[in-house]
Design a protein around this ligand. Structure first.
Ligand code: ZN
Ligand code: ZN
Length: 411
């Protein structure tokens, strides 16, 4: 495969990067609500570590740890205890890479290392608290990457990414930056709100097929599902344009673009085009019989009714907005850049709607599983590497350094 080779950030560059202005933005967002709870979680994690040194717990497990310099290794840590009567303990059995993982694992993100990686998984329920009614031990479930309670006003309105019972951006696999909830490349994961979070895996769907539904497939789904039916009703030939990487080199993986294209097709779009500069992503898209273009080709084309910006880059967002048709919609997966310029005048004149944000994963997971169960969506065709969880350090290192698209590891 004509893949890129990425380089890890060393400790100096990683910790220096945390002090950059975007680090302050992350800190401000992370502490704007429930800051006391976030601090208590950190203090608990620190005391657990100190206690572990004094008297090693008999309940141990391995968890994959990323350290600066691109170091990935198994660490022995105490297995999590049942997190209260509403919680569950699960065992991840299929874990997918997220498109953001190379950035995190190689130290180039604003999430401080070391951390326990992994936030997309299908798991087996091991133990449930006494108040849990929706799942039982032995059941296979999709575990949303975001932590949400299922009962607060935000959760009840379907805005589970902004659950008010937990600190902002609470999620697995991002270390203290995500609130210290553990990583999915582990033998056990604690789920604080089992009824509010876990979604049973429908019979007939393989765990590896649904592993990325926990995050990336839902993110792809929300780029199109909320807008496409209305656009197709007005114009059956309405085009869906997906802007992936606008640079030849990026630390983000390319799976989200491919999932978005497949979901657009599953929902009835006849014209679906992927724009990307990475040869491996374009080749994979062509194997899936998708139309592909280089960013420069867009200058000669008419704008599209629905544009998904999955570039994670300010230039990609600009290109996506410039390619959005009058009264069209541009949805953006966002960027870790602190700010981005947008073509405000052209957007005004064309009456363009822009949505930048994160998926409400728990709310969307059942809809995505329905599409898969009905045989209309096959996320597994995006997977480039299937390997054993035992090989996680080597398989993920190759994925991060080699610019892989989707690596899924199973027990
Ligand atoms: Zn993710
Ligand atoms: Zn909630």
């Amino acid at each position: 495969m004509a893949g890129q080779r990425n380089r890890p950030w060393g400790a100096l560059r990683h910790y220096g990067g945390l002090l950059a202005p975007r680090g302050a933005t992350v800190m401000r967002m992370a502490t704007e609500r429930n800051a006391g709870q976030r601090l208590r979680r950190l203090a608990h994690a620190a005391s657990e570590r100190a206690g572990e040194r004094r008297s090693p717990s008999p309940q141990r497990m391995r968890t994959l740890t990323a350290s600066p310099g691109g170091r990935l290794h198994w660490a022995g840590v105490p297995a999590p205890a049942l997190p209260g009567p509403a919680g569950a303990i699960v065992r991840p059995i299929a874990v997918a890479t997220c498109d953001m993982d190379p950035l995190v694992g190689l130290g180039a993100s604003p999430f401080p290392l070391p951390l326990h990686l992994g936030h997309e998984c299908v798991a087996e329920v091991i133990e449930t608290g006494e108040r849990v009614t929706s799942v039982v031990a032995g059941q296979r479930v999709v575990v949303p990457f975001q932590i949400n309670c299922g009962r607060c006003p935000a959760c009840l309105a379907g805005r589970t990414a902004n659950c008010t019972a937990v600190p902002p951006v609470s999620m697995y696999g991002f270390g203290i930056g995500g609130g210290h909830w553990g990583g999915a490349y582990s033998e056990r994961l604690a789920v604080p709100y089992a009824d509010g979070m876990l979604v049973p895996l429908p019979p007939g769907i393989e765990p590896a097929t649904a592993a990325s539904v926990a995050d990336n497939v839902c993110d792809a789904y929300r780029h199109v599902a909320g807008y496409l039916p209305r656009l197709l009703e007005a114009d059956a030939e309405a085009e869906v344009l997906i802007v992936g990487s606008v640079t030849r080199h990026t630390l983000f993986s390319g799976s989200n673009s491919l999932y978005t294209a497949l979901i657009a097709r599953a929902l009835g779009a006849r014209r679906v085009t992927i724009v990307d500069r990475r040869p491996a992503v374009l080749a994979h898209a062509q194997r899936l019989e998708l139309e592909v273009l280089q960013p420069a080709d867009l200058r000669r084309r008419s704008p599209a009714a629905l544009v998904a910006d999955i570039s994670a880059h300010p230039a990609g967002l600009r290109l996506a907005l410039a390619s959005t048709a009058p009264d069209g919609v541009c949805t953006s997966a966002g960027t870790l850049h602190r700010s981005a310029r947008i073509p405000a005048l052209a957007m005004y004149a064309r009456n363009v709607t822009l949505h930048v944000g994160r998926a409400h994963a728990r709310t969307l997971i059942p809809d995505v599983l329905d599409l898969i169960a009905a045989g209309r969506l096959h996320p597994e065709v995006v997977t480039t590497v299937l390997d054993s969880l035992d090989n996680a350090p080597e398989a993920l290192r190759e994925h991060y350094l080699g610019g892989g698209i989707k690596t899924i590891l199973t027990v």
